[in-house]
Design a protein around this ligand. Structure first.
Ligand SMILES: [Zn+2]
Length: 354
């Protein structure tokens, strides 16, 4: 049995408030624990989006009542809150800027609002950006100009990871994350997954893009699931929304890569624990660890997953390595298919917790 720290996922969507038929703080944090994550960072593109105190209160009330693992919540950057967001910085775990097409209404249009957020958000609090292509170049320039750290979400393409590599070489304070689905799937998987279920942002890319991510592993600071569940009915419907569930398959996929010699355990732990803890200034979780059977062979079946969405793009895939036990703050939280901590066990890790 392999003992690892409790994993940290800096990018999940738990759909609460507003879309608890897809996921909520209970089902989402259960999926997290089953997947070996003891802390998750929750995105603000909910209904309503988390852009001010009243909307944040909805999320914090739900999380406090239902979360089974520890959590941080991001504030959403909007055009309207560009000059007021900084006041809320101590009460959240970071600011999320959406510069490109995504699910939900949060979208920052216009250089002025982006510049204002960059200038106003406290330099010692995390600033994260969904920024693809030319938007990525914009964000990197503003990070350099303002000499402030920025974290780039779900990097998926060759030209983007190379741009980040070059920015790092020039001393730009940028960090980045890559999802397991962009490391393990490409557009060639779409016929197997199905067109509606294959919708994700950024989209699945080419084999050359995927190989460029692996070739630039040292540029990747974090593995983040971008767990973004929608129901099967929605994904198989007329206007399929983008997003994959990922909390329960991420570690198995990456341990399989370890088994294949593509990744070391140290490289995995730095990207799923050490780096996210440092980049996001997260507190240590005392007496917390996961125990993993690195040799356990298993096949992914959606009916065995705990996410409410009821499907996975990895259906039927054979993995090697599985979580057996999770201990969170001294309590047995999960063991062999059974969750042992109640809703409300999770704590808010923001500097001023609500
Ligand atoms: Zn996301």
């Amino acid at each position: 049995m392999l003992r690892l720290p409790g994993l940290i996922d800096p990018h999940v969507h738990l759909r609460e408030p507003g879309a608890t038929h897809k996921e909520d703080f209970d089902s989402g944090t259960t999926a997290a624990l089953v997947g070996g994550f003891t802390m998750v960072m929750v995105m603000p593109n909910t209904q309503p989006p988390l852009v001010d105190s009243p909307s944040l209160a909805l999320a914090y009330d739900a999380a406090k009542a239902k979360a089974r693992c520890d959590y941080g919540i991001y504030l959403g950057a909007s055009t309207d809150n560009a000059s007021t967001a900084a006041v809320l910085a101590p009460k959240v775990s970071g600011l999320k800027m959406y510069l490109d097409q995504t699910y939900g209404p949060l979208h920052l249009d216009g250089l002025d609002a982006i510049q204002t957020h960059f200038a106003n958000w406290p330099f010692d609090r995390p600033l994260v950006a969904h920024a693809e292509g030319k938007s990525l170049a914009t964000v990197l320039l503003l990070a350099a100009q303002n000499a402030r750290p920025v974290h780039i979400c779900h990097v998926s393409r060759k030209e983007e990871i190379i741009l980040i590599r070059k920015a790092k070489e020039k001393g730009v304070p940028v960090t980045c994350e890559v999802t397991p689905h962009h490391l393990f799937l490409t557009e060639d998987d779409l016929p197997r997954i199905g067109a509606g279920r294959g919708e994700v942002r950024p989209p699945l890319a080419s084999t050359a893009d995927r190989e460029a991510l692996w070739a630039n592993l040292e540029v990747i600071d974090c593995f983040a699931t971008d767990h973004a569940p929608h129901t099967l009915a929605e994904n198989d419907g007329q206007t399929p929304p983008p997003g994959f569930p990922g909390l329960e398959t991420a570690l198995g996929l990456l341990l399989t890569a370890v088994h294949q010699g593509r990744l070391t355990i140290d490289e995995l732990v730095s990207r799923m624990y050490t780096n996210p803890q440092r980049i996001f200034g997260l507190p240590k979780q005392d007496e917390t660890m996961i125990e993993v059977d690195p040799d356990a062979a298993w096949e992914v079946h959606s009916n065995e997953l705990h996410t409410r969405c009821g499907w996975t793009p990895f259906e039927g895939i054979q993995l090697r390595g599985r979580v057996r036990r999770v201990t969170l703050r001294g309590e047995l939280a999960y063991e062999d298919g059974e969750i042992h901590v109640p809703p409300g066990f999770g704590v808010n890790v923001a500097p001023i917790a609500q």
